[in-house]
Design a protein around this ligand. Structure first.
Ligand code: AP5
Ligand code: MG
Length: 250
């Protein structure tokens, strides 16, 4: 049977399976966009299609801090938690450390999706250096765009699985059984973080939006409207990637 990427494994950062079956060309994408625009949802859909690893720094940080799974904290995870406990932003070097300790995923034959990372130009430069050393190249940077009022509606209905991190929405993507994860049956939670959305939007504008120019200058940047249903956006994403057929073997 085909081996599936082990999401809990990379959350812990420990030993776990890496897909070795190679696609004709592994798909390596960065997903950009404001908090709540739907990056995680699109990453889930893309990861299913490409069998690739969905690496979300937000999920890693939350897992390090509050995970009910038996999470063996590496030194860099413990360092990240110490900043979060002090109410401070996790510094760029520490976030890069979290990615670097999961470096084996970058060699996966199926590729990877970086969701929520890089988040600053400094992180993008660090990522470029890290991937350069590993002789791995990004295929595309997908930037999802949506007006603020629609983002607020998406976040206020978001429900997340504390175990496998699958994302639902109580109106637009409800679980089969109310309040329970379709995949592992755990009780879904509504993150406190969602309520501070306007603050997060401001941080996004100042720290993350400048990444557009960084990736435009490397001819990797693709803008995708995040209007409509997740499935419509997914179709739009695949069309945009098809438009770059030279970079991605579909
Ligand atoms: P992170 O978890 O990355 O949060 P984020 O970037 O703010 O984005 P979200 O995960 O909130 O939203 P999303 O775009 O994934 O949307 P989703 O698919 O869930 O980071 C959290 C925090 O960690 C940060 O604030 C920061 O402090 C820290 N952090 C993370 N990375 C860091 C880094 N690199 N450096 C430093 N700090 C870092 O969708 C939202 C909802 O809408 C869901 O309910 C979904 O079901 C629903 N939905 C999705 N698509 C649609 C649609 N088309 N129509 C209707 N509903 C939809
Ligand atoms: Mg997310």
């Amino acid at each position: 049977m085909k081996e599936k990427p082990d999401r809990l494994g990379w959350l812990k950062g420990g030993e776990c399976n890496v897909v070795t079956e190679h696609r004709p060309r592994p798909c390596r994408f960065v997903l950009l966009g404001a908090p709540g625009v739907g990056k995680g949802t699109q990453a889930q859909l893309l990861a299913e299609l490409f069998d690739s690893y969905h690496l979300s720094t937000g999920d890693i940080l939350r897992a390090a801090k509050i995970s009910p799974i038996d999470c063996r904290r590496s030194p860099v995870m413990a360092e990240a938690v110490s900043f979060m406990d002090a109410g401070q932003l996790v510094p760029d070097e520490v976030v890069l450390g979290l990615i670097a300790e999961r470096e084996k995923y970058s060699h996966s034959g199926a590729g990877f999706l970086l969701d929520g990372f890089p988040r600053t130009v400094a992180q993008a430069v660090m990522l470029e250096n890290l991937l350069g050393k590993l002789h791995v190249q990004l295929d595309a940077v997908l930037s999802y765009e949506l007006p603020l009022e629609k983002i607020v509606a998406r976040l206020s209905g978001r429900r997340t699985c504390p175990i496998c991190k699958t994302v639902f929405h109580d109106q637009t993507r409800p679980p089969k059984q109310p309040g329970l994860c379709d995949d592992c049956g755990a009780e879904l939670f509504h993150s406190e973080d969602d309520r501070a959305v306007r603050e997060r939007m401001q941080a996004y504008e100042t720290r993350t939006a400048p990444l557009a120019d960084f990736y435009r200058s490397r001819d990797l940047f693709i803008t995708i409207s995040a209007e409509g249903t997740s499935e419509e956006i997914f179709e739009r994403t695949l069309e945009a990637l098809n438009g770059r057929a030279e970079a991605v073997a579909m």
